[in-house]
Design a binder for this molecule. Structure first.
Ligand code: GDP
Length: 296
């Protein structure tokens, strides 16, 4: 179910309940089951949805509903709060400071949009007066360096990479070193992806992280991966110290549920979302407006 449809389904479930003459446990359960179904179809992880249903039942008091209070509003508020709770891990991620050197390492599966997102992140900061730089430590995917180089050139962002060196750790170290010397304040390291979670990928990530000592590791996740989001995000978190998440491809047929799962699995906030292939199709992520939109 795409984002726009989720709000509609939840609204319909709430409307049906509001229309019932008597609100008893069955009517409330029917409503919550309907909402649960909508969330699952939007790829929110099963356990998160189940916990949320239990919490809402604890919070919503049937007597209040029966007494003619605005039932729709009470339940809608409870759902809103629960979704915000899932998306807010309770502590903000490390935030780089302009003028002070930070190293930010990007990790994610191949095709997740990692390389595109590195440039978007650099471009976003450059427009705000930062001095970003891009390091291509992806030696696994043929053409990765060319892609980064092309993007970086278009955005006039300095870059570092190699056509001949095959050791990603070495490239990462050299690139970070160079840009530190050039007083760049945001050094972005793009790492290799793989088609699936593999031991070799995680080992490489660990080594690059060990060598470059990033201030922040950003996990990039494709919003269309569905119910696999939780396990994938957790696997990355177990290998490197993921501190923030960027969810890509939130345009088109995006389902929003994966974002909730990624936060729950990494205990890290979503900081930006990708909303298209272009450099400026990139938005700061705010929990409350996102959930409001989700609920329609
Ligand atoms: P990587 O293998 O993870 O580095 O992935 P790439 O950066 O090469 O991206 C894979 C594909 O996804 C490319 O065709 C990108 O243009 C596309 N892409 C990346 N981010 C977005 C996004 O937010 N929206 C859309 N529609 N496409 C995206």
């Amino acid at each position: 179910m795409v984002l726009a449809q989720l709000g509609g389904s939840i609204s319909r479930a709430l409307q049906q309940m509001s229309n019932a003459t008597i609100i008893d446990e069955k009517v409330l359960n029917d409503c919550l089951n309907e909402i649960t179904r909508a969330l699952l179809q939007s790829d929110v992880q099963f356990k998160l949805v189940r916990d949320m249903q239990t919490n809402i039942k604890k919070i919503v008091n049937l007597d209040d509903l029966a007494a003619g209070h605005n039932k729709r509003k009470i339940i809608q508020q409870a759902i809103f709060n629960e979704l915000c709770k899932i998306l807010d891990p309770g502590k903000p991620s490390f935030t780089p400071k302009k003028g002070k050197t930070s190293v930010v390492m990007f990790v994610g599966l191949q095709g997740s949009g990692k390389t595109t997102t590195c440039t978007k992140y650099a471009y976003y900061h450059q427009k705000k007066g930062w001095k970003p730089a891009l390091v291509c430590a992806d030696t696994f995917r043929a053409g990765a360096f060319d892609q980064l180089k092309q993007n970086a050139t278009k955005a006039k962002i300095p870059f570092y990479g190699s056509y001949t060196e095959s050791d990603p750790v070495r490239i990462a170290m050299e690139g970070v070193e160079r840009f530190k010397n050039e007083n760049c304040d945001l050094i972005i390291v793009d790492t290799s992806g793989r088609h699936k979670q593999e031991a070799a990928l995680f080992e490489e990530m660990r080594q690059v992280s060990e060598a470059t000592k990033p201030d922040l590791v950003i996990f990039v996740m494709d919003s269309s991966i569905g119910q696999a989001a939780f396990d994938q995000a957790q696997a990355f978190k177990q290998s490197v110290a993921v501190g923030a998440v960027i969810v890509t491809k939130m345009d088109g047929h995006a389902k929003g549920g994966g974002a909730l799962s990624a936060v729950a699995a990494t205990k890290s906030p979503v900081i930006f979302i990708g909303t298209g292939e272009h450099m400026d199709e990139f938005e700061v992520f705010d929990v409350k407006p996102f959930v409001s939109r989700l609920l329609g």
